[in-house]
Ligand binder design. Sequence first.
Ligand SMILES: NC(=O)c1ccc[n+]([C@@H]2O[C@H](COP(=O)([O-])OP(=O)(O)OC[C@H]3O[C@@H](n4cnc5c(N)ncnc54)[C@H](O)[C@@H]3O)[C@@H](O)[C@H]2O)c1
Length: 306
Amino acid sequence: MRILVTGGAGFIGSHSGEKLISEGHDVTIIDDLSSGKKENIPERANFIEGDITEFDFENFLKKEKFDRIIHFAAQIDVRKSVADPLFDLRINVEGLIRLLQSASKNGVGKIVFISSAGVMYGDTDKPADESVAPVPVSPYGVSKLAGEHYLTAYKNNFGLDFTILRFTNVYGPRQDPHGEAGVVAIFAQQMISKKQSALYGHGKLQRDYVFVKDVVKAVVKSLDSGSGEKYNISTSVATSVFELYELMKKHFEDLPDPLFLDTRPGELKRSVASFEKARKELSWSPETSLEDGIAETISFFKGKRR
Ligand SMILES: NC(=O)c1ccc[n+]([C@@H]2O[C@H](COP(=O)([O-])OP(=O)(O)OC[C@H]3O[C@@H](n4cnc5c(N)ncnc54)[C@H](O)[C@@H]3O)[C@@H](O)[C@H]2O)c1
């Protein structure tokens, strides 16, 4: 298939591009390199440096005739969305609408939209499934939910097919340790340079960590399955920040003790999502244990440092 991957120079988008190419697809990436990196772009991908809020999708999609679009490009920083909601809106909503508007007129078979489980479900005492009513509290969450609704609107009005994948906390090689997301990447970098790590919520906050190489398998499954549906892509397992820290610590020696700090404003206590629907309908399940995924991620970051 001919596939356009937006945000394909980023963390998850680049792993997805790589996987799609390895499965024989013809992949084109568009990315403005605002957080993505040239070095992440898979060798055999066509690359266009462009901003989805300005790019001429109209002529491009008419000419290129893509079978699928996987939409990763986004402003992903929750705090930034609170500080500058219009910036978030422009990239996450306007950018998507520009893409949908052109895709719906130019024979694109389906758009796979990358959404977020954490921002939809809020605090969860048991793994949330897709029937839980979304309660986004940040502009980032609102923009992701708006994106999901726009997909329904474009399917209803123009027949443009879609699948929504709601990821929980994705971790793995190439994740940017400098952003707000990505505690695994942040800890890895701190541990490599023997810096003290801060454990917010006194290490008790729980998250559902899913390995990037499992996530990209769900992206591949969604190319031909899950028409008009949304799926959590998760592990259903809650891991506390302290447990994560201890697991990662085993790969290092002589680390300073971590700092235990209060929960920061807006942080969820427990965020876990059920992947039961993806298991049943996409035949997808996470395959990588947290231990193995962490080991691979740490060896990536250690290698980078050398
Ligand atoms: N990382 C996670 O845990 C997680 C969880 C849930 C959902 N997601 C979603 O997955 C997607 C990918 O996230 P990621 O973690 O790989 O982040 P990332 O920042 O590595 O990837 C985003 C990519 O989009 C590009 N981009 C940003 N604005 C753009 C614009 N205006 N035009 C073109 N390209 C632009 C960036 O340069 C970057 O390469 C995002 O949509 C994010 O919301 C991520």
